[in-house]
Design a protein around this ligand. Structure first.
Ligand SMILES: Nc1ncnc2c1ncn2[C@@H]1O[C@H](COP(=O)(O)OP(=O)(O)OP(=O)(O)O)[C@@H](O)[C@H]1O
Length: 233
């Protein structure tokens, strides 16, 4: 299978500070990866680097074989990389509907399909972004990424703060999306077991370096390594 996303000796950070330090990672089309690590390990920075939102000090980020160095974030997004940021990134002046219509692209996930997945935001389609609850903003951030029908979906702690019933629905949705194999998915998640149960592969970051990679089912069974690298209870 072809490489969809490739990081080669990537060093990146904020201004002069280097957070990712010589990171290598390759993901094929349709593959899923749990990106794990303790607080501050660099998980968000890695996703931001793929989106072009950090300062790349060295190395290469490739997408479908092309070096992305010259592409600003909007071009990466247009090329098929969608990001669900931790801070959700809603626009206060846009309605729920406008958040979706401005980015929707042809593909299996239509806006009506997204509303079907998240009825709570369907009921608020005319509400402005800043009137939504935290959970609703989170659902909208995920819906917004899905209606882009991306080739790569980067999710930064998408379950955080959601009600348990919605977490269950979202888990089922992610399992379906990953199972269909149409998208390459990178899932950053504090709950390592949850992320591992959904993905095929896992990578663990420590101080900006990938220190461990394994199939997810193997890592979930390796309590000692999980405890050592991610401090899982
Ligand atoms: N905008 C920024 N400017 C400077 N340093 C930053 C910035 N954002 C993050 N950092 C630093 O980069 C390092 C990695 O942070 P990052 O958010 O990538 O970690 P993380 O693994 O996603 O952690 P968490 O699980 O807490 O979200 C931390 O030391 C953090 O303080």
């Amino acid at each position: 299978m072809a490489e969809r996303l490739g990081l080669e000796r990537v060093s990146a950070g904020y201004g002069e500070s280097v957070i990712l330090d010589g990171t290598d990672l390759a993901l094929q089309a349709g593959e899923s990866l749990a990106l794990l690590g303790r607080n501050g390990a660099g998980k968000t920075t890695l996703l931001k680097t793929i989106m072009g939102l950090t300062h790349l000090h060295g190395g290469t980020v490739r997408y479908d074989g092309r070096d992305l160095a010259r592409d600003p974030p909007y071009k990466r997004s247009r090329a098929g990389i969608a990001w669900v940021p931790q801070e959700r990134g809603m626009f206060p002046s846009l309605s729920v509907d406008e958040h979706l219509t401005t980015v929707a692209r042809p593909g299996p996930c239509t806006i009506e399909h997204a509303y079907g997945l998240f009825p709570a935001i369907a009921a608020r389609r005319d509400s402005p972004g800043n009137r939504l609850s935290g959970g609703e903003q989170q659902m909208l951030a995920i819906a917004r990424a899905l209606v882009m029908n991306p080739k790569v979906l980067l999710l930064d702690e998408p379950m955080e703060g959601l009600a348990p019933v919605i977490v269950q629905e979202l888990k089922a949705l992610l399992a379906k999306l990953i199972g269909e194999g149409g998208m390459t998915v990178v899932l950053v998640e504090q709950h390592a077991r949850l992320a591992l149960s959904l993905t095929a592969r896992a990578a663990v970051l420590e101080r900006g370096r990938i220190v461990h990679q394994a199939p997810s089912d193997q890592l979930i069974a390796d309590q000692a390594t999980l405890q050592r690298l991610v401090a899982v209870a």
